[in-house]
Design a binder for this molecule. Structure first.
Ligand SMILES: NC(=O)c1ccc[n+]([C@@H]2O[C@H](COP(=O)([O-])OP(=O)(O)OC[C@H]3O[C@@H](n4cnc5c(N)ncnc54)[C@H](OP(=O)(O)O)[C@@H]3O)[C@@H](O)[C@H]2O)c1
Length: 372
């Protein structure tokens, strides 16, 4: 069986994803949706989408009955409305990270998928890479003892470019949601939702956070630290520390090609290229993606997972569960509340459903926004 994919958006990651689809024998790129017909045509021409299925609007893509699954590759501000659009039109959805602008949007996306009986998953591609699979296996096997600390940072020095996605509040820009979500999600994968969130950060001239640090605390005694920046080149590394060992994630921590595992028996370097897998897919780079779209070399892992889950009759993922996508957004909400980061969408709140262990803004240790 072949899965018929449509792609919503024609930007950088959409191109990487189209490349990744081309690596899988059971995936077909059958349609694309764009705000404008010329961009849909250009993208369709490049990736072999049939002429009639190059849609000049997202609504037309949603109405295309020949599409099983839509990959939402639009700016973060549009993940919520576009996911709802495609789910309500009867399509399954793989939605780029960060899943939404806030937890309330994320929860509505999940509720809509359930109501419509359609597949939904956050495209947190790191989770499906060989290195991240190994991290979960090593931790589950007790190779580190009890995990007590997770550290990660991700940042680049970029010129301020108003209107560009990363610097545009209207597109959900900023370091936290775009880059910080990776180390926060890594901490969530290993430690769950934090019981305490404490953040410091600085907003830049366009109104988005350009430099932010997040300290997460857990009742177990574990701690996690995530940093993200658009103003400074951070190490882009990660580290998981336990009572008997540690794992280092060299740059880039969201798609490492190796892990350095330290334990009582010594140090081991595990070679786990993000682009490769046991089937050898990815060995030959097609060269059709830009250097920054190195993601194209590893995005196929998450796509294969989607296919496997659907083939097994599931409408969600057990590796990137929907409840966890919502809980990561709750953590990011708590950070946004503390650093004063607001997006120009009036209904955005900082919710905490009753019984959840995430802190309400009043519970968290407040810090003044500060200079880096
Ligand atoms: N997994 C990863 O490694 C990875 C890497 C980069 C980005 N991302 C995520 O993917 C999403 C897209 O990032 P990107 O780097 O691909 O962005 P991008 O290059 O700016 O592309 C976004 C696309 O969204 C469409 N779009 C729809 N409404 C828009 C609007 N109002 N303003 C601007 N564009 C609009 C545009 O396509 P049309 O013109 O065709 O409508 C545009 O090309 C973000 O949420 C980001 O966090 C993930």
């Amino acid at each position: 069986m072949s899965f018929r994919w449509g792609i919503a958006g024609t930007g950088a990651i959409a191109r990487g994803f189209a490349d990744a689809l081309g690596r899988l024998p059971d995936a077909e790129l059958v349609a694309v949706g764009s705000r404008r017909q010329p961009t849909a045509d250009e993208f369709g021409e490049r990736f072999g989408v049939p002429r009639a299925r190059r849609h000049g609007s997202y609504e037309e893509l949603a109405a295309d009955d020949g599409v099983d699954l839509v990959y939402v590759a639009t700016p973060t501000s549009h993940h919520h409305p576009h996911t709802l659009l495609f789910l309500q039109a009867g399509r399954g959805v793989l939605c780029e990270k960060p899943f939404a602008l806030d937890a309330a949007q994320a929860a509505e996306m999940v509720a809509t998928a359930r109501a419509e009986g359609r597949f939904l998953m956050e495209a947190m591609w790191s989770r499906f890479l060989p290195a991240y699979v190994s991290i979960r296996e090593l931790v589950a096997a007790g190779a580190l003892g009890t995990v007590l600390a997770v550290d990660g940072d991700f940042g680049f020095r970029l010129p301020t470019t108003p209107g560009e996605r990363l610097f545009d509040p209207a597109q959900g820009g900023g370091a936290l949601l775009d880059l910080g979500v990776y180390p926060v999600s890594l901490a969530s994968m290993l430690l769950g939702e934090p019981d305490q969130v404490s953040a410091v950060g600085q907003l830049g001239e366009t109104g988005v956070d350009e430099h932010v640090a997040v300290l997460m605390g857990y009742r177990s005694g574990a701690v996690a630290l995530a940093k993200a920046s658009l103003r400074a080149s951070l190490g882009c590394t990660g580290r998981i520390s336990g009572t008997t060992g540690s794992i280092e994630l060299p740059a880039f921590m969201h798609c490492p090609d190796e892990l350095i595992v330290r334990g009582p028996a010594g140090t081991e370097h595990l070679h786990l290229p993000a682009a490769l897998d046991s089937a050898g897919i990815g060995e030959a780079d097609t060269g059709s993606v830009e250097p920054h779209d190195r993601a194209g070399g590893g995005l196929h892992h998450q796509i294969r997972h989607v296919h496997e889950r659907l083939s097994a009759g599931h409408l969600d993922s057990d590796v990137m569960p929907l409840a966890e996508s919502v809980s990561v957004m709750r953590t990011l909400d708590a950070v946004r509340a503390q650093i004063g980061l607001r997006y120009p969408t009036p209904e955005l709140a900082f919710p905490r459903p009753a019984g959840e262990n995430s802190p309400a803004p009043g519970d968290v240790q407040k810090e003044e926004a500060t200079q880096p």
